[in-house]
Write a protein that binds this ligand. Structure first.
Ligand code: NAD
Length: 443
């Protein structure tokens, strides 16, 4: 969830020989997010939680020459004030979004609210004449998705979605190998997401535990993975079927409370977290509860938890590729196992570690011949193993630069990533029925 967790899990080195292939340039089909004529972007941010604060910090620290950070807004008046202080910025705070845009004369809105609220500010941002940068997921249900797609068609302003998982060095390398036909024709992808007990349970402590906030982990979390696969496969998802269950958290607990600070079971509960030990979290969340009742340390065994902790999804793409995807949120390991099966070869990308072992390797294997570990990866520093700096540079510093790998995610691509998750939870609601993307929205 937080950048620190993911940065650690991703921060690995790949050893061995490299794979050298001719490069192919593809046209970037994503929307262009051109630089503002003659000046800096005037960016206003809505949703001043952990991710919003991270974005603000980056804009202030690394992009002050190209971005004027003009205002912060949150529906929680205490949190927006606390974050302003923590950042040490003089940018004004607001609880009224329209007022912020009017008073600050922002030309760009950065949306980092709870997932289900993104669509509200994306739509209003466009109406008020702003370009919109939205955190993933673009939306959490098909109605929101349709409204955003329709609004983008009518607007001259652009929506981009910050699908940072494309920006991992390994992800870029895989894209290049697939484009270069190193695997021949890509036939299928096997993608397994392993969330460990700490990272996995964080979604059950926080707002994500309700489907109405997050669209389940299949949207809030898996949209990263579905977006990567859509991009690698270079095709549109057509059909989705899924199964999911809640087997560890929620109703499965032998005891429960409202939140950890009020709990009588702290000694026996493996998921107990003590937020009082973290000064920043106390300032940002616990001290702001009077405004919206939001609990950062909510009980992972609350009876109202209505998301899944184990999920299996199959996706069929327009070009015939099949994705087999699983995610589990209560494991001893953290990371991913991602495999690409092609007519001429295979790629294995294992990034999972924990419980006493490390398994971090990107390997290419031709169907006939010896496999090689890939090492010629361009690494950089920054959140999420450098992926955040890569996407931020692209947005703020190089909005017009060539994009041979098609790294920029426009609204259509943001929609497709969210729609696989939405289709998957609709399929689970319907007992595993096949859900066609075309039946959810008109693109
Ligand atoms: N790309 C990534 O790697 C990444 C990482 C973490 C989070 N995220 C995304 O960033 C977003 C924020 O996540 P977070 O972890 O910072 O959560 P958070 O709970 O820390 O912050 C969410 C903020 O939204 C605010 N909010 C809720 N309803 C609102 C409303 N109606 N109007 C204005 N503000 C409202 C909350 O008060 C809170 O301050 C989510 O969409 C999440 O999926 C992305």
């Amino acid at each position: 969830m937080n950048s620190q967790t993911n940065m650690t899990r991703r921060d690995f080195m790949v050893k061995g020989g490299g794979v050298v292939l001719a490069s192919t340039i593809v046209m970037n089909n994503a929307a262009s997010f051109a630089a503002q004529a003659g000046g800096k972007r005037r960016v206003a941010l809505v949703g001043t939680g952990g991710r919003g604060m991270y974005w603000c910090g980056e804009m202030l620290k690394n992009y002050a020459d190209v971005v004027d950070f003009v205002g912060l807004c949150d529906n929680n008046g205490k949190r927006v004030e606390a974050v302003q202080k923590l950042l040490g910025t003089s940018a004004p705070t607001f609880t009224d979004f329209d007022l912020m845009i009017k008073q600050t004369k922002a030309d760009t809105v950065l949306v980092t609210t709870v997932d289900a609220i993104h669509s509200r500010y994306i739509l209003r941002g466009l109406e008020l004449g702003c370009d919109v940068i939205s955190e993933k997921p673009l939306c959490t249900d098909e109605k929101q998705c349709q409204a955003i797609l329709d609004a983008q068609k009518k607007s001259s302003k652009k929506i981009i979605v910050t699908h940072n998982a494309r920006h991992y060095p390994e992800a870029k390398k895989i894209k290049q190998l697939i484009m270069d036909k190193a695997l021949g024709d890509l036939v299928s992808v096997d993608y397994h997401e392993y969330l460990n007990t700490s990272h996995g349970s964080s979604y059950f402590h926080r707002w994500h535990h309700l489907k109405e906030n997050s669209g389940t982990l299949l949207v809030t979390k898996s949209c990263h993975h579905f977006d990567q696969v859509n991009w690698w496969v270079n095709s549109k998802p057509v059909e989705v079927l899924a199964r999911g269950d809640l087997r560890v958290y929620g109703r499965n607990g032998a005891f429960r409370s409202t939140h950890c600070r009020k709990c009588e079971h702290t000694k026996e509960c493996k998921y107990y977290m003590d937020i009082t030990k973290n000064e920043r979290l106390m300032k940002m969340y616990a001290n702001c509860e009077s405004e919206d009742g939001y609990l950062y340390d909510g009980c992972v065994y609350r009876m109202n938890i209505n998301i899944y902790d184990t999920m299996s999804v199959i996706v069929k793409y327009e070009n015939g590729v099949i994705l087999s995807y699983t995610a589990n949120a209560f494991l001893p390991y953290e990371g991913q196992a991602i495999y690409f099966n092609g007519s001429k070869g295979r790629i294995d990308w294992n990034t999972y570690s924990g419980g006493g072992f490390k398994n971090n390797e990107l390997r290419f294997a031709p169907n006939f011949g010896k496999s090689e570990v890939i090492t010629d990866l361009q690494r950089r520093t920054g959140g999420h193993g450098g992926a955040d700096s890569s996407i931020q540079d692209m947005i703020f510093r190089e909005p017009d630069a060539a994009d041979p790998l098609g790294l920029r995610a426009d609204v259509q691509q943001g929609a497709m990533a969210a729609l696989i998750g939405i289709a998957a939870y609709r399929s689970i609601e319907r007992g595993g029925a096949v859900v066609k993307i075309a039946d959810l929205v008109t693109t």
